[in-house]
Design a binder for this molecule. Structure first.
Ligand code: C2E
Ligand code: MG
Ligand code: MG
Ligand code: MG
Length: 292
């Protein structure tokens, strides 16, 4: 049983001690069936304008309601999926669901950019830009109706195939967001050469800017740098007013975090959007000029 699972599901070797443990393999098997069993859902968390409260976008975050283990956070199953071909299937599902939600919002006048997290593996595959192009066309959405969040580590890697896919996405016109910034090893100058329009500052730096002068200075210099490159900053993990006030002082454009909202299921997210959309800076993405 173990050998069979190992062959079919996990083909990237990582010397993790317990990676072939029965628990892991069971979970991977369960995950393989989870899409068909409709156990996976997206929740949405707003990106909010600091100081304005305007809606800048909605980030899709994957949730798994496991029949036995209950609600599992992405940290429990995404890394597992990332070591197998399953990640591509999950991303395919995530993109399809997020595009459908984006279209429902878009065509009802709630023109907000929906962002999707993608993994390194997704960029190995030139089918990703093709899937996006077909999905956008089918749903009559412009490319700026969505955004892909890519982590620093992935984007800064040297693999040629990754760059091919990123180039194809840029040609398509789908914006990229650089997620978890600060945790990896980016050469900041290289940012300019990549088709990135937004930088998300990792929560681990943002959290303590109210108490730690060091963290405050780090985040402020990231915000300054991002601005000098002509990009926008999003602070992740904003949990308190103290933090939001300091970010606003620094000129950080957007924040995301429990202070504003937890990730919400689609129906709740729609209600929230309706209430907040009036103050949205839709024009920034050209939403009002692009007709459906
Ligand atoms: P991320 O993209 O950096 O997402 C931000 C995470 O911070 C989310 O965790 C969100 O729920 C959480 N968060 C939001 N506000 C706060 C706050 O005020 N304080 C703190 N401490 N956390 C906050 P979540 O949903 O558990 O997702 C974790 C990670 O899993 C994501 O990090 C992303 O890297 C990955 N992930 C989630 N959904 C997907 C997906 O559909 N595909 C892929 N490839 N990865 C995903
Ligand atoms: Mg993200
Ligand atoms: Mg992040
Ligand atoms: Mg993060």
């Amino acid at each position: 049983y173990l050998a069979k699972e190992g062959r079919t599901g996990v083909e990237l070797y990582q010397p993790d001690k317990d990676r072939n443990s029965p628990e892991r393999l069971n979970l991977l098997g369960d995950l393989r069936r989870a899409v068909d069993n409709r156990e996976l859902r997206l929740h949405y968390q707003p990106k909010v304008g600091l100081g304005t409260g305007a809606v800048h976008g909605m980030e899709a975050l994957l949730r798994w309601r496991h029949p036995v283990h209950g609600q599992l956070p992405p940290s429990e199953f995404i890394p597992l999926a990332e070591q197998s071909y399953l990640m591509r299937q999950l991303t395919e599902y995530v993109i399809e669901a997020a595009l459908e939600q984006a279209a429902r919002w878009w065509h009802s006048g709630l023109r907000v950019q929906v962002s999707v997290n993608i993994s390194a593996r997704d960029l190995l595959d030139s089918a990703l830009p093709d899937q996006l192009e077909a999905g956008l066309a089918k749903l009559r959405l412009p490319p700026s109706a969505i955004q892909l969040e890519v982590t620093e580590r992935i984007l800064m890697g040297d693999q040629a195939y990754t760059h091919e896919t990123i180039k194809a996405l840029a040609v398509l016109g789908v914006p990229l967001s650089l997620d978890d910034f600060g945790t990896g090893y980016s050469s900041l100058i290289r940012l300019q050469r990549l088709a990135v329009s937004e930088v998300k500052i990792d929560a681990s730096f943002v959290k303590r800017i109210a108490e730690s002068d060091d963290d405050y200075r780090i985040v402020r210099s990231i915000v300054d740098l991002v601005r000098s490159l002509g990009l926008r900053s999003v602070a992740e993990g904003v949990e308190s007013d103290d933090v939001a006030i300091r970010l606003t002082e620094m000129g950080c454009e957007m924040g995301q975090g429990w202070l504003f909202n937890e990730p919400m299921p689609p129906a709740e997210a729609t209600v929230w959007l309706r209430e907040h959309f009036e103050s949205s800076p839709g024009i920034e993405y050209g939403y009002r000029s692009e007709v459906t």
